[in-house]
Design a protein around this ligand. Structure first.
Ligand code: HEC
Ligand code: HEC
Ligand code: HEC
Ligand code: HEC
Length: 273
């Protein structure tokens, strides 16, 4: 699935945006780890994906890393007064992110290396050089203490949309937290999917909207919610990739955000504040 962009400007302006999105991709970004590791054969995707022999425990597609078995300290253990969403085990796509971002595993550990004979179910390093674990705690190496990070693997809107197989507005739902934006629902390919629709997500220097999504369509520039099992009921959960797209290299103001965070656009997509 490629980022879909709908350009509203004159045709010539549209062309400019299309070429801008082409150079904004993962190649050369902070998630392009191939530079400096000749064993990677210049391959960008191999650090995260493999066409064969991937880790089937991972909820991220064709995942080329063993998932961490780290015990995490959760946000809820802070005991903030207003938290009403239930946390489920750190999982889904978040665990795939944490397979590098909790710092326990070198970033160049992969299950299936480029070429023949490089398969190792437990994973092994591409480079013979040592010391390639993420450094810099608490970011970008989040470590195992997630109390200082935005909650993940957590109910959207205090569970207002759990099991609700229709678009759901927490403001009118019988239970849950009304301080959240509506969640969209669709059964896509037989799977329950929820997301928070983001209508417009980028403005030019004059504040004019230049990029927008399609309403009611699940796109990479929406805040994607991930389906988790909350005590036997499927429901939408906030995970790392709700806010982040690991392939979108545009600085907004850091790379890998789904939409620009100018004016706290990321935060205000979900929180009514
Ligand atoms: C740093 C890790 C990382 C790298 C490198 C990476 N990906 Fe991904 N990719 C992910 C994660 C994590 C997901 C799951 C995202 C989600 O569930 O929303 C994903 C999802 C995908 C998907 C399915 C969902 C989507 O967004 O379309 C495709 C296709 C994909 N990646 C292709 C690629 C290709 C091709 C490359 C190399 C050019 C690549 N990825 C490089 C981490 C990575
Ligand atoms: C994808 C939707 C989503 C986005 C985007 C989002 N949040 Fe949240 N946020 C949540 C959910 C769900 C919770 C859990 C709230 C609860 O259960 O009470 C939460 C919790 C919080 C809390 C803790 C509340 C408490 O009671 O301890 C704060 C503070 C917060 N978010 C701030 C932010 C900020 C700042 C941003 C932008 C950088 C942001 N959020 C972006 C969904 C989101
Ligand atoms: C294969 C290892 C790996 C995986 C998997 C991975 N990352 Fe990263 N990520 C990195 C490295 C390396 C950096 C660069 C760190 C630095 O600047 O020192 C980075 C940087 C980032 C940054 C900072 C970008 C900036 O502009 O400073 C964000 C945000 C990020 N990653 C989010 C994610 C998310 C979200 C996921 C899962 C969807 C993920 N990453 C999965 C290795 C990984
Ligand atoms: C609710 C939204 C949200 C969630 C969930 C979230 N992030 Fe972020 N993250 C952000 C935003 C917004 C920024 C940019 C902050 C800034 O501008 O300094 C960011 C920044 C980062 C950075 C770069 C920080 C820096 O200053 O260099 C990394 C790395 C990162 N996130 C990784 C992750 C990982 C891994 C997860 C899951 C464990 C995650 N994020 C979950 C919103 C989120």
């Amino acid at each position: 699935m490629k980022l879909r962009r709908i350009c509203t400007g004159a045709p010539v302006v549209g062309m400019v945006f299309l070429s801008a999105s082409a150079v904004a991709d993962i190649q050369g970004s902070k998630h392009d780890l191939s530079t400096g590791i000749p064993e990677a054969n210049g391959e960008v995707c191999v650090f995260c994906h493999t066409p064969h022999g991937s880790d089937t425990n991972a909820s991220a597609p064709l995942w080329n890393k063993a998932l961490p078995s780290t015990t995490y300290t959760r946000y809820s253990s802070l005991g903030t007064a207003n938290l009403d969403g239930t946390e489920v085990a750190v999982g889904s796509v978040s665990l795939a992110c944490l397979s590098c971002h909790d710092g326990t595993q070198a970033v160049d550990v992969v299950i299936n290396k480029p070429g023949t004979g490089g398969y190792n179910a437990a994973g092994s390093e591409l480079s013979t050089a040592t010391g390639s674990n993420l450094s810099g705690t608490p970011i970008p190496n989040l470590g195992s203490d997630l109390r200082d990070d935005h909650p993940i693997s957590i109910d959207y809107a205090g569970g207002a949309c759990r099991g609700s197989l229709a678009d759901c507005d927490p403001q009118t739902a019988a239970t849950g937290d009304p301080d959240f934006s509506p969640a969209q629902y669709a059964s896509i390919n037989g799977q329950n999917q929820w997301w928070v629709d983001v209508a417009s997500y980028a403005t030019d220097a004059a504040g004019v909207n230049i990029e927008s999504g399609t309403a009611d369509v699940r796109e990479k520039t929406d805040m994607l919610l991930y389906t988790r099992d909350f005590s036997g009921t499927e429901g939408p959960s906030v995970e790392c990739a709700s806010c982040h797209d690991p392939h979108e290299a545009t600085a907004r103001p850091v790379s890998f955000l789904r939409i620009a965070n100018a004016g706290s656009g990321v935060c205000l997509a979900c929180h009514i504040k």
